[in-house]
Ligand binder design. Structure first.
Ligand SMILES: Cc1cc2nc3c(=O)[nH]c(=O)nc-3n(C[C@H](O)[C@H](O)[C@H](O)COP(=O)(O)O)c2cc1C
Length: 142
């Protein structure tokens, strides 16, 4: 069973409340856990960036649901590739909102997220997307 990761960016359809974000996250955890899908979801400037990792058929199935979710649009895949190991094995789906202090703490990365995630930039530099997902998976929102 090939292990893959898929990274996409999208734009939230409206300014989502904390409750609305909680709802997305609880559906993610509920569905990903039994499918052994792990990953990270970032929310910044009204945009999402998410990595899903797991067996290819499971990732494809969950992604096809996500793609059609009306809570976001302009869903654009940055990369989908085979990986040797998981980077987010501790989380069925970790969620992290990027806030002002993240810009101060990581000024080098700030241009990539301070006004949301730009699909073209991320597509040109998929390594940046993965590095940011990994970086923010290790730090707390405060
Ligand atoms: C940005 C975003 C990320 C999401 N991530 C996941 C996810 O990782 N796993 C998942 O099952 N659903 C995710 N969802 C929700 C799905 O689109 C869909 O609503 C959900 O899978 C339906 O689950 P249910 O049939 O159990 O209610 C996400 C939705 C959005 C808008």
């Amino acid at each position: 069973m090939p292990l893959v990761h898929l990274i996409y960016v999208s734009t939230a359809s409206e300014n989502l409340s904390d409750d609305a974000l909680d709802e997305i996250l609880s559906a993610a955890v509920r569905n990903n856990k039994p499918r052994h899908i792990t990953g990270m979801l970032l929310y910044a400037g009204g945009d999402f960036m998410q990595v899903l990792e797991g067996d290819e058929s499971q990732v494809d199935e969950i992604f096809s649901r996500i793609e059609n979710d009306p809570r976001h649009s302009q869903v654009m895949v940055i990369t989908k590739e085979l990986v040797a190991k998981r980077d987010f094995s501790d989380w069925s789906m970790r969620f992290r909102r990027l806030v002002e202090h993240d810009e101060k703490d990581h000024p080098g990365w700030a241009p990539y997220f301070s006004s949301g995630f730009d699909a073209q930039t991320m597509e040109a530099e998929p390594g940046v997307a993965l590095t940011m997902l990994k970086l923010f998976a290790q730090t707390q929102e405060s």
